[in-house]
Design a protein around this ligand. Structure first.
Ligand code: GN1
Ligand code: MG
Length: 368
């Protein structure tokens, strides 16, 4: 480990002795560890995260967002007499100085959460019910946050889902061609240039007032949901770093991207990558179950489109990072960002081929 875990642990308001630190290889941005602490008669686990402050530049604002979201969620769960509240919302561990994050000697930022026991995350779905559960959980998450005052939230990453801006960033990376890779990625570049018109669709509808801004999660990857080991229900939503004003469709779109495709995000065998219709149907059912009452008809009519757009957006981001020489997303092998980009492109094409059926599926689920 490249840091002094004991000295960070000493700054946390936790009673007990640190007995183990394990690396958790999940997430492309922050570094995550599982701490085991002996508190006399039992072991208690915690999540420790190094916050990537090159990506999240205002860590204080970020942590303030997260604590507001957690407090609001807990209040709402108490209001409805929910059971097992400790496991249904993240719990931040305070530091000895009263803050909810700390800094080490090298200038890195750290935070700790209570570990949610008896539940786990998945990189790909193992059964269709998980797609239903995840979509229902994110719909409910948006519903819970619908009355949180967004004036107090900062934009943790400005223009995060601004697909027009993401396209411009790709064009800049192509023009700069810092690593001389543009020729090598010619087909990929043309793929996105040919779909430029898609990037403005939701932003225009938002500007016209047809799609409202809401407080959204903005990173609804399947592995940001914890599923209960016994009931298989979605218990808790993780990764609150990008909870901020956004469009509900960004959340639904990323669910399409990460659940309807059973291949890994960096799968090299592209024949495995496709949008699975029954999984899409389960997603729609789960999402409508908790979000139908607040979604506008324009939002509902764009559920299928959102899957295509967010997959396209993430594909553009992977390609941009590949062209820039890869400093944003963590990689563990050469050309991994290009492989990630290719899976996204394949998934976009698969969605395009099935978009009519997806639209029909949504209207069938809406109209009974
Ligand atoms: C990043 O860190 P992680 O894996 O939860 C990224 C998301 C991308 C995702 C692609 C802050 O999420 O936007 O969709 O990778 N998060 C940030 O897998 O950029
Ligand atoms: Mg994340």
């Amino acid at each position: 480990m490249d840091f002094d875990v004991q000295s960070i642990f000493n700054q946390l308001s936790i009673e007990g002795i640190l007995v183990d630190t394990a690396t958790c290889n999940s997430g492309h941005i922050n570094d995550t560890y599982v701490l085991t602490v002996n508190s006399g008669h039992k072991n208690i686990r915690y999540i420790l995260q190094r916050i990537n402050h090159h990506v999240f530049k205002d860590v204080d604002g970020l942590m303030n967002n997260i604590s507001q979201v957690i407090n609001h969620t807990k209040r709402k769960l108490i209001e409805v007499n929910a059971s097992d509240i400790q496991r249904k919302s993240l719990g931040l561990v305070p530091c000895k100085d009263g803050k909810n994050y700390t800094r080490d000697q090298t200038g890195n930022y750290w935070r700790a959460y209570l570990f949610i026991e008896g539940a786990k995350t998945f990189e790909c779905i193992e059964n269709i019910e998980q797609a239903y559960q995840a979509a229902k959980a994110f719909g409910n998450f948006q519903h819970i946050l619908s009355d949180l005052n967004s004036d107090n939230l900062i934009e943790t990453i400005p223009k995060f889902h601004d697909t027009i801006d993401r396209y411009h960033q790709l064009i800049q990376a192509i023009e700069k061609d810092a690593k001389n890779r543009a020729l090598f990625a010619k087909n990929e570049i043309n793929f996105f240039i040919g779909r430029k018109h898609l990037t403005s669709v939701l932003l225009k509808l938002n500007a016209k007032g047809e799609i409202p801004q809401r407080i959204t999660h903005n990173d609804t990857k399947l592995n940001n949901v914890m599923f209960d080991n016994i009931t298989s229900e979605a218990v808790c939503i993780l990764d609150l770093d990008t909870v901020m004003p956004g469009l509900a469709l960004y959340d639904f779109g990323d669910l399409v991207r990460t659940t309807t495709n059973i291949a890994l995000e960096d799968e090299q065998d592209l024949s495995k990558v496709k949008m699975d219709m029954p999984t899409f149907q389960a997603l729609v059912q789960g999402y409508l179950h908790s979000a139908k009452h607040f979604l506008t008809s324009t939002e509902i009519n764009h559920l299928a489109f959102s899957g295509k757009l967010i997959t396209l957006e993430i594909g553009m981001r992977f390609l941009t990072d590949f062209l820039n020489g890869g400093s944003y997303f963590k990689t563990s092998r050469i050309n991994q960002n290009l492989d990630r980009c290719r899976t996204q492109m394949t998934l976009v094409k698969s969605i395009e081929q099935q978009e009519d059926q997806m639209l029909k599926c949504v209207s069938k689920e809406m109209n009974g």
